[in-house]
Design a protein around this ligand. Structure first.
Ligand SMILES: [Fe+2]
Length: 254
């Protein structure tokens, strides 16, 4: 099973780098479409757009419509739940009447759980008791397969960069970590938000963070010839070894 993870495209239509962000997104989808073997699924781990606006989502929907693999999107702190839901509801996997945008994808050898860690009033992550019980309910719904979990905010301390803790409090992040340890069947956690590639863990569960697709917002040191080339993650699952993650540099753009 092959998963292409993309994140933090931050599509905006009225910033000096708006065109660049759109081009980064388009080039990434074109690169994923050219992968051989092709991925089974593409997961966008949030901050699809920068201001939560309908026109930004329309632009993002148009870009993602070019993907040949099935696409699933998640909510990040910059997203607007209702505008995101409206834009992506034709895909059929988003529950129409729910406070949160979380769901399970059951079509593959590994179950994929997409979580909602958006907070009401801040860019940091939140994970309330309702989301805790929703997650444990999704985990318990099928005990037959391993699980990979996708979160916008990474549920571990990021030891590089200025923001070590990416949740509103340490106790909130610990609630999520407790839920992730609930079954023993979660084999990987994949996140975004911090705009730089890094890795950590939730007890024994490996956890990775991918850089932002938007190259103008990407954190970390890159040589000049890579500064305009988006980087995304390809997660390959082997039943004996679990997931291995490759950072893929998008092919040179014309
Ligand atoms: Fe974010």
């Amino acid at each position: 099973m092959i998963i292409a993870q993309i994140s933090d495209t931050h599509i905006a239509l009225d910033t000096p780098d708006s065109d660049r962000r759109i081009r980064d997104f388009e080039a990434t989808i074109a690169d994923i479409n050219a992968l051989d073997p092709a991925p089974d699924v593409i997961v966008h781990t949030g901050d699809i757009v920068h201001n939560g606006r309908r026109d930004e989502y329309a632009q993002s929907v148009a870009t993602l419509a070019k993907a040949t693999a099935p696409v699933y999107v998640m909510v990040g702190n910059k997203d607007d739940r209702s505008n995101l839901r409206e834009a992506f509801s034709p895909s059929g996997y988003l529950a129409p009447d729910c406070d949160f945008i979380d769901y399970a994808i059951d079509d593959f050898p590994v179950r994929l759980l997409a979580l909602d860690t958006k907070a009401r009033d801040s860019n940091k992550g939140d994970f309330c008791r309702e989301r805790f019980s929703r997650l444990t309910g999704m985990i318990d719904a099928d005990a037959s397969r391993p699980i990979a979990v996708f979160t916008h905010h990474p549920p571990f301390d990021v030891m590089v960069g200025p923001e070590q803790l990416n949740f509103e409090s340490r106790s909130i992040m610990c609630e999520l970590r407790t839920a992730l340890r609930h079954s023993g069947r979660i084999v990987a956690v994949f996140s975004g938000h911090v705009h730089r590639g890094t890795a950590g863990h939730v007890e024994h569960i490996p956890a990775t963070v991918m850089p932002s697709i938007a190259t103008t917002l990407r954190k970390g040191e890159y040589p000049d010839h890579l500064k305009a080339r988006p980087i995304y993650h390809i997660h390959r699952f082997d039943p004996a070894w679990g997931f291995s993650t490759q950072s893929r540099i998008v092919d040179e753009q014309p």
